[in-house]
Design a protein around this ligand. Structure first.
Ligand code: AP5
Length: 235
């Protein structure tokens, strides 16, 4: 693979749990890679998209407010996202270390994360930017589906179950597709990414914790590059 990883990651006391951020546009592979890292390193994947979809499914007040915004491909308000994130970060399993998937997405969220970590005597270990082409992202998003039982992610062309119609991970046979995984909504999500989230790459670069990965390769190639980084910064 690329070997395009850059930047020096600041040394961190070994006793602190890792706080890793995956940055990248919709379809970059954040969720796919976060689940692989979770299994390999025992870290906890924390996806604000998953937390918001759960709130929508449960019909909570936050979920009702977020639903239309998500279906249109916009960003949910910082207030709602931060309330959900704070709740999740307070859970005991987070002490194992986290992979933040889809958070932060705005400068307000990045500052709030810094404050939250500071209160806990922690800091961002590494922010990893998955670098991809916009055109390829539409194809990845449009072909995506997940297991209804365990959430394992698949793709019509790029990642199919070993046995057709049966989840590799849990054996489930029911699958679903996201309401916002249309070519039209993916365009709006990409626009939101470039306007509000991509500037965070420079923010973390200035902090000396940014790593870049060429994420146009195969899932396994990207996974190997990511594992190298995580091994290094978690050592
Ligand atoms: P969220 O759920 O975070 O969606 P997203 O950022 O748009 O990212 P995706 O889940 O679409 O993509 P991914 O990078 O995880 O790719 P994946 O691994 O699935 O957010 C949804 C919405 O919630 C947002 O639009 C917003 O409204 C709201 N929201 C969430 N967080 C928020 C926040 N912090 N602030 C405000 N609003 C927020 O891969 C995609 C597909 O490609 C899969 O099928 C996979 O199998 C395949 N694939 C993966 N890698 C590869 C590869 N290397 N080659 C080929 N195929 C691949």
């Amino acid at each position: 693979m690329s070997g395009m990883t850059t930047a020096t990651v600041a040394a961190r006391p070994a006793t602190r749990p890792a706080v890793l951020i995956l940055l990248g546009p919709p379809g970059a592979g954040k969720g796919t890679q976060a689940r692989m890292l979770e299994e390999r390193f025992g870290l906890v994947q924390l996806s604000t998209g998953d937390l918001l979809r759960a709130a929508v499914a449960q019909g909570t007040e936050a979920g009702r407010a977020a639903k239309a915004v998500m279906e249109a491909g916009g960003l949910v308000s910082d207030e709602i996202v931060l309330a959900i994130l704070r709740d999740r970060m307070a859970a005991p399993d987070v002490a194992r270390g986290v992979i933040l998937d889809g958070f932060p997405r705005t400068d307000v969220q990045a500052a709030a994360l810094d404050d939250l970590l500071c209160e806990a005597g922690q800091e961002v270990t590494a922010a990893i930017a998955l670098v991809v082409d916009d055109e390829a992202m539409i194809a990845r998003v449009a072909g995506r589906y997940t297991c209804a039982g365990c959430g394992e992610g698949y793709h019509d062309s790029f990642k199919v179950p070993a046995r057709a119609g049966v989840c590799d991970r849990c054996g489930g046979t029911a699958f679903r597709r996201r309401a916002d995984d249309t070519a039209e909504t993916a365009g709006a999500r990409l626009a939101a990414y470039h306007a509000q989230t991509a500037p965070l790459i420079a923010y973390y670069e200035g902090r000396g914790v940014l790593q870049r990965i060429d994420a146009m390769g195969t899932i396994d190639e990207i996974g190997a590059d990511l594992a190298d980084i995580v091994s290094r910064v978690s050592a």
